[in-house]
Design a protein around this ligand. Sequence first.
Ligand SMILES: N[C@@H](CCC(=O)N[C@@H](CS)C(=O)NCC(=O)O)C(=O)O
Length: 232
Amino acid sequence: MITLYQFQPSFGLPNASPFCMKVEVFLKMAQLDYQTKSINDPSKAPNGKLPYITDEKQTVADSTFILQYLINKHNVTLNHNYLERDLAIADAAAKMLENHFYWSLMYNRWLDERYWPITKKAYFGGLPLPLQFIVPPIACGKVKTQLHQQGTSRHSEDKIYQLAFDDIDSISAILGDNHYIIGSEPCVQDASIYAFLANALYPDYDAPLKDRVKQKPNLVTYCDRMRSRYFS
Ligand SMILES: N[C@@H](CCC(=O)N[C@@H](CS)C(=O)NCC(=O)O)C(=O)O
């Protein structure tokens, strides 16, 4: 049995970590049997980050390597007869969300003072009382350092959101009238693209990234289509 180790679900999403959600979406797309286990402290994970999986005696960390492993081990064929060029476009789109858009999403949740109280409550509100005060500033300080070292938080707030708006606009342009990112059936990269867009769109509070996705009707329809296909 495959076990997916991930954060506890929050924001009404399967997972508020888009990387964890990507793996769970993929498991559903591939119709593989799995169970999930919640871990609150990622330092216990093999790479110090979530997600990771175990499958019989194998442990695999990092969503990209997890999907590669599952595809090979369980002979998953999801890419239909898509052209290599279209699959490469889907891959580039997913990587843009994972390695660029992600940082603005992190800023939105952890550093934008309007939304940090909401994030704090969603992620840490269930902790026992002394930990509710101790853990959030430590976790937030860690994210602050990451965002500074990566560079995103060195920009003004407007620019940080503009970076993500451009990503959203590009994904909307690539999707066009397709039902899924490059055609009428999902490919592997839809797992990632949906997980990231859903993380912007579905949390129950208005925020700049959510507003931008909502301005793109094709993205909203896409997310709703993926949600009802895999999570209804
Ligand atoms: N490249 C990794 C990224 C995973 C990742 O960044 N996970 C974050 C949550 S979204 C994490 O575990 N952060 C904890 C930390 O950095 O301490 C993947 O694709 O799985």
